[in-house]
Design a protein around this ligand. Structure first.
Ligand SMILES: Cc1cc2nc3c(=O)[nH]c(=O)nc-3n(C[C@H](O)[C@H](O)[C@H](O)COP(=O)(O)O)c2cc1C
Length: 375
């Protein structure tokens, strides 16, 4: 679950309080969490080609913006990627499936960035086996062996959409650039059914305290918290921050399902799902760790292709989550939308919408384990 700024406002019952505050304009001007957003401007600005590629890769989409990647530079031309298990999401992602998809997004974007600079990347997945904690990939950068990929042009404008959509249909022709990477369902009974499953799954998540709390625990409220921990679910901006300072926006309020603001937040995502014009479905034949990496690679490409086509893409993962309360919906979406043995890895809402702002990231150095030796 990601709560948008508007949802957060709903959560605390409205945004009129700020207007009463003197000096609001100055306050507004200073509330952007610049440190947390700095990695977007630093991408590609390093001396080492591997660091350059990693500095783009860390802008990849990933569940709950946990950013579980760790990179170790080895020698002159290699690196090893691992997933930090301390950043797991035990309730909503008990098998680390979604976090592994996020690693796939990371690897794909890293390779594309390297190629843009003329480097090929030889990637070996799970070089020591795929037990949890083992390296996810060992990569070797090869100078002169990379050809730029046209999708990389959209890397800096890519977002996971986090709001509702404009009431405008997506035609099959408009969605055509996305079809190499996922099934796109623009209308018809399958479109209706996916909307219903995504909607019902969202309500189940909201009614499952442990699942809901996993998101609330990752809330970063206001500039200071966001800059100090540039991950999780960022709830920033002048209005939210003012409300937080006044004690009107708290984690306690957000965790309480009976809070009228929480109910409004739930309704807002319900409405975004009900108003989504089209859906994307990503499936893999199996569900091995390598399959999950492939799903991530494809999701990143889908997200970039959507950006290039002027479309907004919002993941809605609730129906695909593997906790007991979701089992019925999980079984239904697989029975109706996957062949026997296939796994639905990603479900997305697709439509037209204004661009979502950039989301915070940890800087590259925070994710390099041997930065001092190789700087
Ligand atoms: C496997 C996976 C599952 C995700 N599931 C959701 C989701 O259910 N709801 C949502 O709003 N965002 C979801 N996201 C998007 C992340 O929240 C997003 O990537 C992160 O906040 C960083 O934002 P950005 O992609 O705009 O840079 C998912 C991303 C991945 C890779």
């Amino acid at each position: 679950m990601v709560l948008s700024r508007r949802k957060m406002l709903a959560l605390v019952g409205g945004g009129t309080v700020l207007a009463a505050g003197a000096g609001a304009a100055g306050f507004v001007a200073t509330r952007t969490p610049n440190d947390a957003l700095a990695p977007w401007d630093l991408a590609g600005g390093y001396g080492d080609p591997r660091k350059n590629a990693l500095s783009y890769a860390l802008l990849a989409p990933n569940p709950h913006n946990r950013q579980p990647w760790v990179a170790e530079l080895v020698g002159e031309d290699r690196l090893i990627l691992t997933r930090d298990l301390a950043l797991d999401l035990p309730v909503t992602d008990p098998f680390g499936r979604q976090l592994t998809i996020g690693m796939g997004c990371f690897i794909e974007l890293m390779e594309m960035a390297a190629q843009e600079a003329g480097f090929g990347v030889e990637t070996t997945l799970f070089p020591e086996g795929d037990a949890d904690g083992a390296p996810v990939a060992a990569c070797r950068f090869i100078e002169g062996a990379g050809a730029p990929d046209p999708l990389f042009a959209h890397a800096m404008n890519r977002r996971s959409h986090k709001e509702a959509f404009e009431p405008r249909a997506v035609s099959a022709a408009a969605a055509a650039p996305l079809t190499p990477y996922a099934e796109i369902v623009v209308d018809g009974p399958r479109n209706d059914r996916l909307r219903m499953l995504a909607h019902d799954a969202w309500l189940i998540e909201a009614a499952t305290p442990a699942a809901w709390q996993e998101s609330i625990d990752l809330l970063r409220i206001g500039k200071a918290e966001i800059n100090a921990q540039p991950d999780g679910i960022d709830a920033g901006g002048p209005m939210l921050e003012a409300l937080a300072l006044l004690g009107l926006f708290t984690r306690e309020a957000a965790s309480d399902p009976d809070n009228p603001g929480t109910r409004s937040a739930i309704e807002e995502t319900q409405n975004a799902i009900l108003g989504a014009p089209a859906f994307t479905l990503s499936r893999t034949r199996g569900n091995s760790r390598s399959d999950q990496i492939t799903a991530g690679r494809d999701w990143l490409r889908l997200n970039l292709a959507a950006t290039g086509a002027g479309l907004a893409l919002r993941p809605v993962s609730q129906a695909l989550q593997e906790y007991p309360e979701m089992a019925e919906i999980y079984a239904a979406i697989h029975a109706e939308f996957a062949a026997p043995g296939e796994t639905v890895q990603m479900l997305g809402l697709l439509g037209y919408a204004p661009q979502t702002p950039r989301t915070p990231r940890w800087p590259l150095d925070a994710k390099l384990v041997n930065a001092r030796q190789t700087a």
